[in-house]
Design a protein around this ligand. Sequence first.
Ligand code: NAD
Ligand code: DAU
Length: 350
Amino acid sequence: MEKTICITGGAGFIGSHVVREFVKKYPHYRIINIDALTYAGNLENLRDIEQEPNYSFVKADITDAAHILSIFQEYQPDGVIHLAAESHVDRSITNPTAFVMTNVIGTVNLLNAAKEIWKDNYEGKRFHHVSTDEVFGALGDTGLFTEDTKYDPHSPYSASKASSDHFVRAYHDTYGLPIVLTNCSNNYGPNHFPEKLIPLCIHNILNEKPLPIYGDGKYTRDWLFVIDHAKAIDLVYHQGKNGDSYNVGGFNEWQNIDLVKELCRQMDEKLGREEGTSAKLIAFVKDRPGHDLRYAIDARKINQELGYQPSVTFEQGLSITIDWFLNNEEWLNNVTSGDYQGYYEKQYKG
Ligand code: NAD
Ligand code: DAU
């Protein structure tokens, strides 16, 4: 094999698409998926590629520094693409410490292990940290986040991701570790865990349950199809400038209420329900504390420097996503049984 790349969090939503992209596109790379398989990690997401000769899975928790170092010593990766994280803002409000452990300590453990095995010989090496636009805080009605926007995180989740971004840059500035960062907007697509807005609403529409909209529903997010995020990571991993960060987004802003109405429209059509049926399920509920009003990415740098462009429109991406959920009901039933029920009742009680 020409190169070995460790991808952390490869059993999660975005990670599984990144693993698939790399395993298929680069048969001459050895891809090692390192994942602790938390509630959000699911090897079902990778069934179609798990037999590929260039793919291996290692179960490991990135908070376990010794285990991570031993894996790196064994596999000697040339590259690390780091996606493992606690990723859900609402869970960070009820349990911030878990976010510090995985997102901050776990990231530092990976940086230490990479630095240790690369031993200051950084030729052909790269640590790619996958991060979020939430580190930039909240926008008002206008403006976009650029790579130079000052960090201003508000939730425990975004504070932990901001901290991890700072550590990655600090290892570059202090030890010369070769790094790149991507800060992406909201993803959606197949395999999305139904705690996040879009898959939660798809699940609830299917089950004719209320669609909980926080506050007045005017909060705005910039949505990108997950496979387009995976393609951006591929591009930046291979062609991004050492030490740089790249914002990734779809120039695709939606207020939550309009997005959910569009989802209802497409689902009614696909399910053969009368128009307006699913929208009747919309229910305005208690707001998220510290809810950021608006995120929107200025994605000109990745476009102009690396030629990046999303491959699908939002309408196409949403349609592919809904079809995937309709064709994978068993996946949805599996991930919404067990612990999910308890989480859901606690989060949406009242
Ligand atoms: P996810 O919650 O779906 O998956 C996270 C994965 O990390 C899971 O497979 C889980 O098992 C694994 N994991 C969690 N803790 C771990 C630990 N301690 N050790 C090893 N593995 C662990 O998350 P996602 O939505 O796929 O996000 C992936 C990354 O992309 C995260 O870093 C997130 O901050 C970032 N990101 C997400 C979005 C989004 O819209 N979902 C947007 C921008 C950036
Ligand atoms: O912007 C990138 C971020 O996008 C990622 O870094 C995070 O990992 C990812 O979870 C996502 O964060 P959000 O908080 O924006 O995603 P979520 O799907 O939880 O919420 C999207 C919007 O919908 C937000 O304004 C909150 C609102 N919402 C969410 C849920 C779960 C509701 O109104 N009702 C809900 O039930």
